[in-house]
Design a protein around this ligand. Structure first.
Ligand code: PPS
Length: 274
């Protein structure tokens, strides 16, 4: 997180434009999937256009600043309409996004699958400290001692903000269960009206299988010294309830106890299975 803190001024003062579209998530909640869906809709279902560049170029990552992810600099030179990715908690999103009344799509994923996905990502992400054992990681995740902080604060913060701005709050589990219905929701939010055929094509193009094989969506253009996909694929499993393969009984008990405590304050509900 040090590089982000070092260039924070540039992020805080970022000038949003009214037609910017923000895709916001806690890491590993389905960001890339939503980016691909939104790009497809913005291209009116002309999917050839999605092949123009990898995800991180088509939809730059606001707060990151590195060789492969130049964040603010690349965004300042991107023509409108810009599709912006962020993992920032609601409170830290640059004010200009709200001043310009930008549309935002937030994707949330149940905490258990989110934690498992994040663990495997931290194993392969060579820009983050080693995550330790899974057992250690579960505790760190619950305490929010991971990049971009606490899952509870993130999902609840955005949930509480959703009616204050043009925010569409989506769930990974709903997208898995009924992708066409959820893609249609996004389409309506963006004020587009695509044919049933175009929606079917977008469904196919943004399926896990298709995205795993798509070099413009699977991060294979980023070298192994940054994201080591020999350790774990970026497109790892793409399922709901994979957490059941990793949580021991005692981890689950401990997780549930903390979850209950933290989620008491909200009417936000998640499904850990579909
Ligand atoms: S990141 O690094 O925060 O931008 O990662 P993010 O894209 O948010 O999350 C990666 C997880 O999303 C899964 N994924 C998908 N699931 C279903 N369908 C599609 N099309 C899809 N695309 C990406 C990806 O596999 C990661 O989840 P896990 O559980 O690790 O497989």
């Amino acid at each position: 997180m040090k590089p982000i803190a070092e260039q924070w001024e540039g992020v805080e003062n970022f000038q949003a434009r009214p037609d910017d579209l923000l895709v916001a998530t806690y890491p590993k909640a389905g960001t890339t999937w939503m980016q691909e869906i939104v790009d497809s809709i913005m291209n009116d279902g002309e999917l050839e256009k999605n092949k123009r560049a990898p995800t991180h170029v088509r939809s730059p990552f606001l707060e990151i600043c590195s060789l492969f992810f130049p964040g603010v600099d690349i965004l300042n030179n991107t023509p409108s309409p810009r599709l912006v990715k962020t993992h920032l908690p609601y409170e830290l999103v640059p004010k200009s996004f709200w001043e310009q009344k930008c549309k935002t799509i937030y994707v949330a994923r149940n905490a258990k699958d989110n934690a498992v996905s994040y663990y495997f990502f931290d194993l392969m992400n060579k820009c983050q400290p080693e995550p330790g054992t899974w057992d250690q990681y579960v505790e760190k995740f619950l305490k929010g001692e991971v990049a971009w902080g606490n899952w509870f604060d993130h999902v609840i913060g955005w949930w509480n903000a959703k009616d204050k701005h043009e925010i569409l709050y989506m769930f990974y589990e709903d997208m898995k269960e009924n992708p066409k219905q959820e893609i249609r929701k996004v389409m309506k939010f963006l004020g587009k009206n695509l044919s049933e055929e175009a929606l079917d094509n977008i469904c196919h193009h943004t399926s896990f299988k298709a995205m795993k094989e798509n070099p413009m969506a699977n991060y294979s253009t980023v070298p192994n010294i940054v994201l080591d996909q020999t350790v774990s694929s970026f497109m790892r499993k793409g399922e709901v309830a994979d957490w059941m393969n990793y949580f021991t009984e005692s981890q689950n008990k401990m997780f549930n106890a903390e979850y209950e405590k933290r989620m008491k304050v909200t009417d936000l509900k998640f499904r850990t299975n579909i």
